[in-house]
Design a protein around this ligand. Structure first.
Ligand SMILES: [Mg+2]
Ligand SMILES: [Zn+2]
Length: 208
């Protein structure tokens, strides 16, 4: 059993946790195609084009007490296109961009594996590569979240399947231009601007 890579945890995590709703709930976000436009193996700031509406969504969800957590497959690490240190440096930069816009992220979980294309120890059928729910389950454990009160936004079938397997309550799927995106198996979104109204009315009645 391959263990899940330690997530990048935001420097402001303690403050974020202190002001979160109780019981704790997450806004799980896929990265490529949800946060940044999916240009394949993005790992440098100058490759980033933000998906319209992402900062508004994180701000709205955060002010309602949700903890924003990124869960991302990073086969680029498995394939040797960039290493974990480069990914973590980029992730630190991305977290800082969100913080600077008043929309801090709590943590980024990543899967560095690939079952066929991985090099060396990264070539493994792991429990974390979506559609497996391993990263979501780890976040639920690490931060004592209620999965059923949480929401997930993805752009591929695998994101939604991972969320479903982890018991996440609201599963929202953006359109994707990627050939491997699969079917729409979650609640379809035209764009990120439609996400918060759907999450808000889902069923999260037990605020503190
Ligand atoms: Mg994606
Ligand atoms: Zn993995």
């Amino acid at each position: 059993m391959t263990s899940i890579a330690a997530p990048f945890v935001d420097p402001a995590a303690e403050a974020l946790l202190a002001r979160a709703a109780s019981p704790r709930r997450a806004l799980f976000l896929d990265r490529d195609g949800v946060i940044n436009v999916d240009r394949d193996y993005v790992h440098k700031p100058d490759e980033v084009e933000w998906v319209p509406g992402i900062f508004d969504l994180v701000r709205e969800a955060s002010s309602a007490g949700y903890l924003p957590i990124v869960v991302t497959n990073q086969a680029g690490i498995a394939r040797g296109y960039y290493d974990e240190a480069t990914f973590l440096e980029f992730t630190r930069w991305m977290h800082a961009q969100f913080a600077a816009r008043g929309a801090p992220l709590l943590a980024t979980y990543f899967c560095p594996h690939h079952p066929e294309a991985g090099i060396g120890p990264y070539r493994v059928a792991c429990a974390c590569r979506k559609p497996a729910p391993g990263m979501l389950q780890a976040a639920v454990r690490d931060f004592e979240l209620r999965a059923d009160l949480s929401a997930l936004v993805g752009d591929k079938a695998g994101d939604i399947q991972a969320g479903r397997a982890a018991g996440v309550g609201a599963l929202l799927q953006l359109p994707s231009s990627k050939a491997d995106a699969g079917e729409v198996v979650g609640t379809p979104l035209a764009g990120l601007q439609d996400a918060w109204p759907l999450i808000k009315k889902n069923k999260h009645e037990d605020w503190r």
